[in-house]
Design a protein around this ligand. Structure first.
Ligand code: ADP
Ligand code: MG
Length: 224
């Protein structure tokens, strides 16, 4: 996939994405077709193959469901949303996955209530993707801190994990579509988050210089 994108500078972003999707979906489809052909030939498919087939279908399922977010780049359903409420909701949603991974999510919000003009479900998705990654990279468990404060006309949301950090040479790559270091990753989460934040005139900074010190995702959004 990387090679695919590297020598396609003239392609549009949509074109690159389409090429990536085609590639990512074709692999599991090819493998599913192979199993079907075996069955057709009367080969007794063992239970373990059903597991692989199910995983291939799930891979296609997760790619397509993440792609649904890209298909609505601009939403007309923006409302004035309390940031404290939104972050609390997101962390509650992520609590069960966190617990399974022995990760504790701490939400440290000031008393001052901050508001942002946004599509609530998209904005939730943007933060879910960041927190989900933080949970997934902390294989030995640990703590995620979610903080928010006002800075001039903006709100700043910090999400700090205790994971392995991101090597310098990967910092530019991780927001590209389909870049993943996970066996079952789609590589779409951060790209979607990035797009949602950009569409809301915001910005993401990733601070992760040294290995072993975790990663800080800093999201800045205009406040109302
Ligand atoms: P996926 O989670 O499916 O791999 P993402 O776009 O969400 O796709 O993330 C891309 C990659 O960025 C991950 O595979 C991982 O290598 C890296 N990454 C994202 N968040 C973190 C983090 N908090 N700590 C370390 N690496 C991260
Ligand atoms: Mg992810």
């Amino acid at each position: 996939t990387e090679d695919h994108l590297a020598h396609s500078e003239k392609m549009t972003v949509a074109g690159q994405l389409a090429a990536g999707i085609a590639h990512e979906i074709r692999n599991p489809l090819t493998s599913l077709k192979g199993f079907l052909q075996l069955m057709e030939a009367g080969v007794d498919i063992k239970g373990q193959y059903y597991k692989i087939m199910k995983e291939e279908i799930e891979k296609i399922e997760s790619i397509t469901s993440e792609l649904l977010y890209i298909s609505k780049p601009y939403s007309h359903h923006r409302t004035n949303v309390s940031l404290n409420e939104l972050l609390t909701d997101v962390c509650t949603l992520m609590q069960s996955q966190a617990r399974l991974n022995e990760v504790e999510i701490k939400v440290l919000l000031g008393k001052q209530n901050m508001f942002i003009e946004c599509d609530k479900s998209q904005m939730k998705q943007a933060f879910i993707n960041i927190i989900k990654n933080a949970i997934e990279v902390m294989e030995q468990g640990g703590e995620i801190e979610v903080r928010a404060h006002v800075e001039n006309s903006n709100v700043v949301i910090d999400i700090q994990d205790e994971g392995p950090g991101i090597p310098d040479q990967l910092l530019d790559k991780i927001q590209e579509p389909f870049f993943t270091t996970k066996e079952n990753g789609t590589g779409l989460g951060l790209m979607i988050t990035n797009q949602i934040i950009e569409n809301h005139s915001g910005d993401i900074q990733i601070i992760s210089k040294e290995l072993e010190k975790g990663t800080l995702f800093r999201v800045t959004l205009p406040r109302t």
